[in-house]
Design a protein around this ligand. Sequence first.
Ligand code: ZN
Ligand code: ZN
Length: 167
Amino acid sequence: MPSIEERFWRLVQICVHGPQCQDCHWPWLGQVTHGGHGIFYWYYDHTKKTNINIGAHVFMWSLIRGTMPQWPLLIRHTDDMPSCIQPYHLAIGTSQDNSDDMVTRGRSSCRVGMLNTRAKITEDDVRYILQLHGQGFSAREIGNIINISRQQVTNITHKRSWTHITL
Ligand SMILES: [Zn+2]
Ligand SMILES: [Zn+2]
């Protein structure tokens, strides 16, 4: 049985320059969402009787940095390439940083959700959640990937919040 880390590294396409390279994109070769984010099957939770999946970029961060970011901190892609998990193309930040980036790059045209002061996640997060939901991920799995509560996930997938966001 390969270890979790061995399984993980087999799914990372490291560039020809090797692990020291800080420049090239390292695409995730495993499962990806519609939005292109890599999903890594982490472990089977015998108590909850469910597979625990995690964002491949989040797992990469935890391997390299030794800590798992907890909400409201997120691992962000700094290269506009969701499938890339090159450690030097990842940065830690809040979901607000993420949305600031999006606005700076002109990718966000709708700010309705941001005006809600109770909003803790971004519209980008919401689309990602809806994508994962559409792929059959459970609320628990999605919460695990995004680092938010299962309740927050179901509020979104059941259209109790963020109702203006569609895929
Ligand atoms: Zn390289
Ligand atoms: Zn990259």
